[in-house]
Write a protein that binds this ligand. Structure first.
Ligand code: URA
Length: 239
């Protein structure tokens, strides 16, 4: 149960005073009846957007909320980095949500593909924990043809990236063409894929993530689009 004014304020509808005003102006409707008390206690569940409207529109999905996004090129994953961020692709009100939405790991500005965004801290930690073994799969396009030994080098678990002290965990490479490969990683170091190929004298010219754990980027989710993860997809992630 949550107080209505706190719920609405935490969903970004305004300050406590502003949402109290929304209620006073009869803008909040629950199960077909105008809610008159901003301090009313409401059972918050995933079904609430189907039962409550604010200014005539369905309530935003309450926390915990996890989204999948097809991250386009040229947007950043950090609030702090310069440039347009993935959060600007979401409804503006969502930037004021408490708890805040944040990406589960990051993709570079010039990497596209599957990105998860959540306000669920325990879920985020479960996905990134090495103990969960949630692999990430990328398709890399390269400047030069594959040499032929990349799969063996990456699988060995001995490759040391520049300025690091721990070798990389074994990774799986499948060639997809003369200068294209699919690479599956179990860790997420800074610019990892680009640095792995750079360590072998190659250069990544395009990078796309098409899978996280057992979850594929859906073919019908085009760049810049996003949607909530279904409960089944949350399970598939760890499969
Ligand atoms: N590796 C990279 O180099 N960049 C990404 O965005 C993800 C993995």
């Amino acid at each position: 149960m949550a107080r209505l004014d706190r719920l609405l304020a935490n969903l970004g509808y305004g300050s406590r005073r502003e949402v109290t005003d929304l209620v006073a102006r009869r803008q909040v409707v629950l199960d077909g009846a105008v809610v008159r008390d901003a301090g009313a206690r409401i059972a918050v569940g995933a079904d609430l957007p189907g039962r409550m409207t604010v200014t005539g529109l369905p309530l935003d999905p309450p926390a915990p909320l996890t989204l999948m996004m097809h991250k386009p090129l040229d947007v950043v994953c950090s609030h702090r980095e310069a440039g347009r961020s993935v959060y600007e692709l979401l409804p503006p009100r969502w930037r004021a949500r408490i708890p805040a939405l944040s990406s589960i790991g990051r993709l570079d500005k010039d990497t596209s593909g599957l990105l998860l965004i959540t306000d669920d801290g325990p879920f985020l930690h479960r996905v990134i924990s090495p103990r969960s073994h949630v692999a990430k799969r990328y398709v890399a396009t390269l400047d030069r043809p594959l040499r032929g030994d990349e799969a063996a080098v990456f699988a060995a678990g001995t490759l040391m990236l520049e300025s690091e002290t721990e070798p990389l965990a074994p990774a799986t490479l499948e060639p997809l063409g003369p200068a294209r490969a699919r690479l599956t990683l179990t860790e997420g170091r800074y610019h990892q894929v680009r640095r792995m190929f750079a360590a072998l004298g190659n250069h990544v010219t395009a990078l796309h993530r098409d899978r996280i754990g057992g979850l594929d980027l859906p073919g019908d989710l085009s760049p810049g689009n996003w949607r909530p993860l279904t409960p089944q997809e949350q399970v598939a992630l760890f499969a």
